[in-house]
Design a protein around this ligand. Sequence first.
Ligand SMILES: [Zn+2]
Length: 477
Amino acid sequence: MFRNFYLRSSVIAFSSAAVGLFIASCAAAPPPEADEADGPEPTEDRDDAVGIKTVGEAVNQTCTTAAVKGLSAQIIAEGQCIMPNAYAEVPDLDNISFGPNVFAFLETPARDALVKALQANPSKSMSVNSMLRTVAQQYLLYRWYQLGKCGIGLAAKPGNSNHETGLAMDINEYSTWKTALKSVGFSWYGSGDAVHFDYTGKGAVSYKGVDVEAFQRLWNRNHPEDLIDADGVWGPQTEARMKKAPPDGFEKGADCNTDPDPNPDPDPDPQACGSYPEGTYQCAPDGNSRGKCESGQLTTEACSNGCLIKSSADDVCMGTTTSWSCDGTWGTKKADNGDYYVTAFGCYKDENGTLQQDPGDNCIPACLSQAKSAGLCANMTGPTCEATVNWYAADAGRFGCLARLRVTNPKNGKSVVVVALDYGPNCSIEKQVSHAALDLSYPANFYLFGSEQGIVDKAKVHVVEVDASTPLGPVTK
Ligand SMILES: [Zn+2]
């Protein structure tokens, strides 16, 4: 483990003096990841192909997600209209086979990575049990789980399964393929859900909510008398319509050219652009895309590496160019590619509830007054504020006080949302490696890397600015 020293807003901390303290605290286990295991999905052919008129009836009368195959095919096709790269078809290569009702789609970078692994290992065969799952299928699984039916031990709420994002697949021969899949960017879930792999490699984006929005658009196209918000968020309104939807598909299916609003307004609809400004690209609240309004029409673009907020120009999708400069006390220019090396700072409570503090660090963050007035640290001292917030960063010089950042370790795919509470690290730290750095709380270091990181570790993270309403802490996909 390497350490570095760095300048806080008010304190110079020579942290190598703290090594002893933090060897002790490194033994503290990082917080456990939320359980994402969702068990096997029953996808056998339906035995009762006739007579089921609604998805609600399918909940009671079947035990296979194939019951909503027709509706699911429409949701996938409509999703391809919304986000062209979200659901790319996996080609039928010689060494891959799919269960009879598997939807063979992954998002484009995941699909390309899988094809690469298959082509590099022509003598190994792979059989897929589950890949893309639509919100209609997830709804069945979730209801069966709630009702204790069909042997479903655990299921995510609709809209929240990794299988709905185009990143996940379940395969029978997981031990045979583990190494090959890992080398192209897939992560194995582990023994808790041994058949499950998630793509966390280059270009991975979570298309969470695209299937929900696709369903909402289909519903609206077929029910102009009963319009609902097409916002991609699963809630009671959407659930009520899902219950009534036809499992074999709507009369009017996917259509990339029709306005999803069945009552088009001749005037530009101010609602169509939401909060996106006219004429200038702005990052989406989740940092995964950007949009702008042109004559009342919304144009959006997916940003596979995240979206970079620019103060006085179009926000841009992060590319592969590297830029770094640090000339003052601390960095003020954001890295164009979103990549930073991690360092550690600040106060936190360990698992025994004991406050841990670097000697020489008073743990009074420079953004304390803003954090107090925002209610994040009302009536708190600096150390209590840091220990209570737990998931925080410095780099307010680049992002501004209280900016929220989604920080991802590209090596293991883990992400955490933190809030900027302080300035720093000092430019002298970044100059050691000629690279932008992000000073992160110890709990964030432990969660992302399993231990604290110093500048010479060159532990890379990818940083995307997200909306102020994004919850702090680990991101469970
Ligand atoms: Zn799975």
